[in-house]
Structures are given as C-alpha cells and as structure tokens.
Design a protein around this ligand. Sequence first.
Ligand SMILES: [Zn+2]
Length: 69
Amino acid sequence: MFSPIKIILLLLVIGGVYLIARKAGFLGHKPGEKTETIKKEGDTASQTTDLIKCPDCGIYVSSKDDHCC
Ligand SMILES: [Zn+2]
C-alpha cells in the first residue's frame, strides 16, 4: 500500500515534470492551435496580394500583369 507521503511526492514529481515540459514548449500549444495560426497568416497574406485596384480603370484585379484596360 502507498503511504500518503509517497502519494504526495509522486504528485509533486508529476507536477514538476508537467511544468518543466510546458515551460520547454512541448505542451504549450493545443493540437489545433498552431496550424490555425499558420492558416490565419496565410489568409492575411492572400488578402493583401489578391486584389489590386487598377489606377486607370478602378477595377480590382488579382495582378496587374494579367490585366489590361
Ligand atoms: Zn485597368
């Protein structure tokens, strides 16, 4: 049978390992969190590059090279 002191020491060891692992970055992120951040950055980048307003005719085009007025 476990004595209460052994159980407390075991919990302290588990908690210490968990805190060290989280501090080292192994458990800092939830499984879907990192990919979601990358996806958001990709959307922002595509939004800035997708639509360019043509200064001549005012039409929004994907790129000025493909567009001719
Ligand atoms: Zn144009």
